[in-house]
Design a protein around this ligand. Structure first.
Ligand code: TRP
Length: 347
């Protein structure tokens, strides 16, 4: 059987989205709406794997929703909702806690990074986080998952879980009318786009990140025009003028990053950018880049702010998205329960 193509992805509810999120994830998600059925989820259950201030969390859920809609995510066409409203995520995650092996989770590099030295004090949820992520995806039998490359390992785990479930219950899956081992699809990462890695404006070897202390290292989607222009003007560079060929960027990470950002924002290639700016000074290039950033991000920030004035409307969008999501996940979850041998109405 061929699974119907379906896109699923999740974003953490953090209020501070930046240019890296925009070019690395948001644009791709928005683009996929043209070709696929898409489900986009604000992952509040994932967020509480580390402590969250409740009022801040509620605000962040609405903010990230507003920002994605402002950037072009269409909540009529795609499904947009927050995870905790659809109980299938938590239910299927429990099942997957019993499918995934301790050895698999012990290999997850993100847990090691996030738990740090004090592993004994990390939440059990942080450890089991990848199982919940597999549940997010497989509750909808999603086939394609746009993610940053830091999530590749988690996605491999999702495939391992899907495969083990398909094998462990192959008899019951056949009885339910499926081909051998084809209850869950093995979801594929979609990692593309010219600027999947946007680097810090202060250090071209580190990813742009909300956890870097210096505000000057990133352009936030909420920055006003003057702030954006100032950050671009002050971005770290080297003294040489821009090269005229892409090869000339190697060994110049800051230059490469700024050229990459320009290319991504203007929908062109680095080579085209250098054909225009090669041989010129950074001061000139930075003015053009600042203008481009302001022109693209300014209207998004403004629209997101406007939407935040009406939180009830945002909540209605999330409730509506959750209703639609539940309708897709519920029948799949019921089949899982039957396959496992649970008793339920109608089983
Ligand atoms: N773990 C992802 C991140 O930190 C977010 C996420 C949760 C996700 N569930 C998902 C991404 C399912 C893709 C599919 O970015």
């Amino acid at each position: 059987m061929k699974f119907q193509e379906r896109v699923f992805s999740g974003m953490q509810p953090t209020g501070s989205l930046h240019l890296g999120n925009y070019l690395g994830a948001m644009l791709k998600w928005i683009d996929l709406q043209k070709t696929h059925d898409c489900i986009y989820c604000v992952v509040d259950l994932h967020a509480i794997t580390v402590w969250q201030d409740p009022a801040g969390l509620r605000q962040a859920i609405r903010q990230v929703t507003a920002a994605y809609i402002a950037a072009g995510l269409d909540p009529e066409k795609s499904i947009l909702f927050n995870q905790s409203q659809v109980s299938a995520h938590a239910e299927l995650a429990w099942v997957f806690n019993c499918v995934a092996r301790l050895g698999w989770l012990n290999r997850m590099t993100q847990f090691k990074e996030k738990a740090g030295k004090d592993r004994e004090n990390a939440s059990v949820g942080l450890y089991a986080y990848p199982n919940l992520m597999a549940a997010d995806i497989l509750a909808y039998r999603a086939t394609h998952v746009p993610v940053g490359d830091d999530q590749k390992q988690h996605l491999e785990l999702s495939r391992d879980i899907a495969q083990k479930f398909n094998n462990d219950f192959s008899d019951q899956i056949k009885v339910a009318g499926y081909e051998e081992g084809e209850f869950f699809p093995l979801p594929e990462p979609v990692i593309t786009g010219p600027a999947t890695r946007v680097m810090s404006l202060r250090d071209g070897s580190r990813k742009m990140s909300k956890s870097e202390p210096s505000e000057m290292s990133r352009i936030n989607l909420t920055d006003d025009n003057d702030t954006i222009a100032k950050k671009v003007r002050k971005a770290k560079t080297d003294p040489a003028p821009l090269p005229s060929e892409v090869e000339g960027l190697s060994g110049r990470p800051e230059a490469e990053n700024l050229v990459g950002i320009f290319a991504a924002l203007s929908g062109s290639e680095k080579a085209e950018v250098l054909a225009e700016f090669g041989g010129r000074q950074f001061s000139e290039f930075k003015s053009a880049l600042a203008e481009l950033c302001v022109a693209q991000l300014g209207p998004i920030a403004e629209e997101a702010r406007r939407r935040m004035q009406d939180p009830d409307e945002i909540d209605r969008i999330l409730v509506n998205g959750a209703d639609r999501a539940r309708q897709l996940a519920q029948p799949i979850l019921s089949e899982v329960k039957d396959i496992l041998g649970f008793v339920r109405p109608g089983s």
